[in-house]
Design a protein around this ligand. Structure first.
Ligand code: CU
Length: 181
């Protein structure tokens, strides 16, 4: 009789453990450490998705994220989102994203992000999206972006669930709006 109950509880604990483990993931290449690469689930039909993470440079010289690729996207770029004359804009970071020596650069909604473009199968919650980040000095590092939920009722999510083409980034999370225009 007891066995019936023991098994589900054990698997529940295991699932919980696995979830904890998989969200705290990180990757390393030389002096570069990639912390928790993640992406939001995309709505059906969406063609672009945003990717976020922390990049730490433990070395004594600056490095640079020069390219990003993924099987799931025809192309990928590093973008910077900013407010220009009250209008939210995004542009590719030319020359690569500099990661200064001894510093951490945060890619997050409202700031720097990886833009996956021409995605044929929208990212689904629970998936891991394989990608390769190439640094000028540290070289190539394979990472996996964990895909979270599309966002709860609060909508406190990020812009990757929205139609990026229109640059309609209604989520201002993480953006400093206090700057004079
Ligand atoms: Cu973008």
């Amino acid at each position: 009789m007891m066995k019936k109950f023991i098994i589900p509880i054990a698997s529940l604990l295991f699932a919980g453990l696995f979830a904890t483990f998989s969200t705290a993931h990180g990757f390393k290449a030389g002096d570069i450490e990639i912390g928790h690469p993640h992406a939001r689930a995309m709505v059906p039909g969406a063609k672009v998705g945003g990717g976020y993470m922390n990049i730490t440079n433990n070395g004594s010289t600056d490095d640079r994220l020069v390219s990003v690729s993924s099987d799931r996207a025809a192309s990928a770029e590093v973008h910077l989102m900013s407010v220009d004359g009250g209008v939210m804009t995004m542009r590719p970071v030319s020359g690569g994203l500099v990661v200064p020596a001894g510093k951490t650069v945060e890619l997050k909604p409202g700031g720097y992000h990886i833009m996956f473009m021409s995605v044929t199968q929208p990212f689904k919650a629970g998936e891991m999206i394989k990608a390769t980040l190439t640094f000028e000095k540290a070289g190539a590092v394979d990472v996996e972006f964990s895909v979270g939920n599309a966002g709860g009722p609060s909508g406190g999510g990020d812009h990757s669930t929205m139609d990026h083409k229109n640059m309609d980034h209604t989520d201002m999370g993480g953006m400093d709006m206090s700057k004079p225009q």
